[in-house]
Design a protein around this ligand. Sequence first.
Ligand SMILES: [Zn+2]
Length: 225
Amino acid sequence: MGRKRKNGECAYCGNDANLTEDHVIPKCLFTKPNPPNMIKIYACKDCNNLKSKNDDYLRDLLVNDMFSANSYVAQNNLVKSFRSAQRNTSDFSRQIIPRANLIPFHSQGGIYLGEVFEMPIDTSRVSNIFSQIVCGLFFWQYKKRLPSTYEFNVERISADGFIFEINLLNQFIKEIQFKHTKFNDVLFLAHTTDSEDEFITKWWLIFYGAVIWTIETFPPELKSI
Ligand SMILES: [Zn+2]
């Protein structure tokens, strides 16, 4: 009470009451000092609370990804991830570690590099996390919400697809519609939109210089194509 009312709407549900500040990319992915260009939008209290329940899970998912092994920030965050695993407070470790298998890992050239954990991730939870992040990113860029009927295709790019996606990014860099931003060594963010339907988008989130997730948004009628 007595606080100045925040004007705007929740980027996730459109509610205009109980607005709070939301970091679209969770702060726990970064190490201090945080980048000056952190992405902040308004979210209602309910959406913000629900979203923040996934912050540690997302961090654990990314820093445990074998592709982030060369990143200082990722390794630093991995220590936090281990600590919460030891305290058994990490959803990720509770769900994943008992079910992880050791599998042989080969380089793209076929050289045996040792064994890594193959982790069965909660794909629907991960899909929801990235879909929500893209809702936030879209609002941050265009000051409007993605239509709630639109669907998401969330993908982690494997070693085989890595070069393809990087080439695609380079190709887009030459085009005018391409927008990209860097957030310290933690995130490279790029996206493009369809020229006829601005809500048809593709986003590239490259974490720790190595882990690529792509998210596409499209109207439900395109699903059958
Ligand atoms: Zn909301």
